[in-house]
Design a protein around this ligand. Structure first.
Ligand code: SF4
Length: 335
């Protein structure tokens, strides 16, 4: 019994303290101090004055006291209820923290800092590696070293495309722009999507950018009719915007099947969007250009799009460097 009294007093004290913390006034609760003797005899003191057990028992029905106090403090009940979970969680947190062993002192010596930096550098390196295209996982959905054998024809692919409405780009197009050129060519060019001129004529690379592409082809001693030219998307995006990833993913398989038929030695992929879509990479064209990427036994050279060269002719030098490597690779493969 004495234990129960003790607990009750403790409880009441806590609640009163809590109410005071919340700003409840007029508590007038001069709570008794209690001590339990070895004989379980309760001695209760209040402000140096002893109070009787009888008085203590009167004091014990804490609910009544609290109700009375709360009724004197308008709005306090709601405040108590809303604060209760926060207070409980604070108490639990502090209890948990107090049980934790203290942390060893952090030693931030130069050696430790260097180790930390090395770790960050290592992680960065890993990240860069992850950003590199994983070509063998992406082309035709299987893992193979070379292009899959194809028994279909370009005409069969075109027939399958038909009056295509597989992606939203069909809504604004005038013509589907199919790939064209030499179907036995060693060299293939891949762009992003048709522009206004291409949409009107139904042929890839026929506008100003197309004329510049013709010059680029001629610069390495070939003619337009010698090469095969296509786009990832065959319909013009409205306002020449970039095709969405979904639109590209819908149309790309037709181009991949054409690559499998033509089996070029080299593919020149033109511009950032086409390169990212074809190679399934997040690395930008500036970093990727000027180096061959092996793509199922086909060498892919990423370079700037002719439309970009029209805006910034200084970049022609880089494209020329890339195209010389393309020419050399084709010559080497013909030996
Ligand atoms: S872009 Fe390709 S998938 Fe989309 S409607 Fe045109 S042909 Fe079909």
């Amino acid at each position: 019994m004495s234990k129960e009294f003790s607990e009750l007093i403790k409880d009441v004290k806590e609640q009163v303290k809590y109410l005071e913390e919340l700003g409840v006034e007029n508590l007038n609760a001069n709570l008794p101090e209690i001590s339990i003797s070895q004989k379980s005899e309760i001695r209760v003191t209040k402000s140096q004055n002893e109070i009787s057990q009888d008085r203590l028992e009167k004091f014990v029905p804490t609910k009544d006291i609290l109700k009375d106090v709360i009724s004197k403090n308008k709005g306090a009940e709601e405040k108590i209820e809303s604060e209760r979970p926060k207070r409980r969680s604070r108490l639990l947190d502090s209890a948990r923290l107090s049980r934790l062993p203290s942390l060893p002192k952090r030693n931030l010596s130069n050696r430790n800092l260097q180790q930390k930096q090395d770790k960050i550098n290592e992680q960065r390196g890993e990240k860069d590696k992850m950003a590199e295209p994983k070509l063998n996982d992406t082309l035709f959905g299987d893992i193979s070293e070379t292009l899959p054998e194809s028994s279909e024809t370009i005409e069969e692919i075109r027939a399958e495309i038909g009056d295509c409405t597989r992606c939203p780009l069909h809504e604004g197009r005038t013509n589907i722009v199919h790939s064209t050129g030499n179907r036995q060519s060693d060299l293939m060019f891949v762009g992003e999507a048709p522009g206004a001129d291409e949409d009107a004529k139904g042929e890839p690379f026929v506008g100003r950018a197309g004329k510049l592409l013709n010059k680029i082809i001629e610069a390495i001693g070939m003619k337009r009719e010698d090469v095969f030219i296509g786009n990832i998307n065959r319909c013009r995006p409205p306002g020449n915007r970039q095709p969405t990833p979904e639109e590209s993913e819908t149309c790309k398989p037709y181009l991949l099947r054409e690559i499998s038929i033509v089996k070029p030695k080299v593919i020149v992929v033109l511009g950032n969007t086409a390169m990212k879509n074809l190679l399934d990479t997040k690395v930008g064209i500036t970093k990727m250009r000027g180096k061959f990427v092996d793509y199922y036994g086909v060498k892919v050279m990423p370079t700037f799009h002719p439309a970009y060269l029209l805006r910034d002719p200084r970049k022609k030098r880089e494209v020329w460097e890339d195209m010389k490597m393309v020419r050399d690779e084709i010559e080497k493969s013909a030996e």
